[in-house]
Design a binder for this molecule. Sequence first.
Ligand code: DCS
Length: 481
Amino acid sequence: MPPKPLDYESINENVKKAQYAVRGELYLRASELQKEGKKIIFTNVGNPHALGQKPLSFPRQVVALCQAPFLLDDPNVGVLFPADAIARAKHYLSLTSGGLGAYSDSRGIPGIRKEVAEFINRRDAYPSDPELIYLTDGASKGVMQILNTIIGGLRDGILVPVPQYPLYSATIALLGGSLVPYYLEETANWGLDANELRRSVSHARNNGINVKAMVIINPGNPTGQCLSEANLRDVLRFCYEENLVLLGDEVYQQNIYQDERPFVSAKKVLMDLGSPLSKEVQLISFHTVSKGYWGECGQRGGYFEMTNIPPETVDEIYKVASIALSPNVSAQIFMGLMVNPPKPGDISFDQYFRESQGILQSLRRRARIMTDGFNSCRNVVCNFTEGAMYSFPQIRLPPRAIEAAKQAGKVPDVLYCLKLLEATGISTVPGSGFGQKEGVFHLRTTILPAEEDIPAIMDSFKKFNDEFMEQYEDQRGYSRM
Ligand code: DCS
């Protein structure tokens, strides 16, 4: 009997090749342990509400009313909901044709795309065109749509930072393209180096790869660095010289924990550079409701903005979006609310401001506590989390631990993270899931556990790490490496 089409040996090889460590071996083991009754601290995914973050009140009030529009006719609606939430719910319902149960335009509801354009205009002080903004089910779907538009085969290369968020490596694998890595420099706080970019592109081209696009993740996942304006100018000039479209993953733009470098978008820096770059460099920028102080991961709301993309291509992207009919409509409303939150003077403003700033300030403190905690541990060094939601410490594994991992048929940082999980219940992602230089090991944890829980988590990490190092360091110590 020949194999059937969905027997393992028959399925698309690209599906088998795609790897996604954020929900990989460690996550599966953690889920098993949880079923057995062990308390697991899930710090493997940047999923704030799963770790106790409360939703902001105003957007939930608005979307609740949109989901249950009959409440708007209830005489008590004004007792339960503030007037500005009621008004906003009516506004969004008026933008839909049939409420939340109806498909919308495949690009997203025009009135919400306009709100996004106005937000970008306020943020960057440059105009933004709603026709060039498409709403998506989370930033992930936008990234996949755009990579799908770029990649036609194995020779099409995408420059991706290493370490990177595996959405990129996995999608490039699924689409049968080539990932062209450029390494971020850990000793320079995960900075981006123009020479490294040049090296990487020429190496790929010498191997017959047509490098078409470059990805930046700013602030970085898993690395947490914030790019300076000078960095962004270098990147954009590089894209201009090398004829690359820049994919700016800016989903963590609200998550900034230092004051020296406020977030600046790639779009703004491109416009500041003026002609010819501002008219020539192709740029796609991504955003989401999953991150920031919203953390509404389960709602699946996102957008991308296209800059210097010709209308024929914009139409093709529209056509492909149409195949999936429409993005989730309640998610589109979350996006509208994120880009157009209550303003000073609105009834709900004080509460919105208090809630959002409370979350942001706490994240800022957590970023500091975690970095300091890791740096106080033996054989662990960690750059400060300037932005995003993660700590990415380097674990200097003793040679005997590396040897033990080899014996067990495991990547060394996978072994370390598995042992950490078994001993403490802390579920992390090994650095190898994001890519790292040969012979160097990391783990990624989110900074999302409740602030009051973090000291105990760091204590238990430290105790585990001490015991691990004790077990594997021989008399001559680690310095032989
Ligand atoms: N881009 C980056 C850099 C991300 O970190 C994520 C999610 C996304 C895009 C996609 O987010 P949405 O599809 O929800 O908009 N980050 C994953 C992570 O590393 N942990 O949690 C999810």
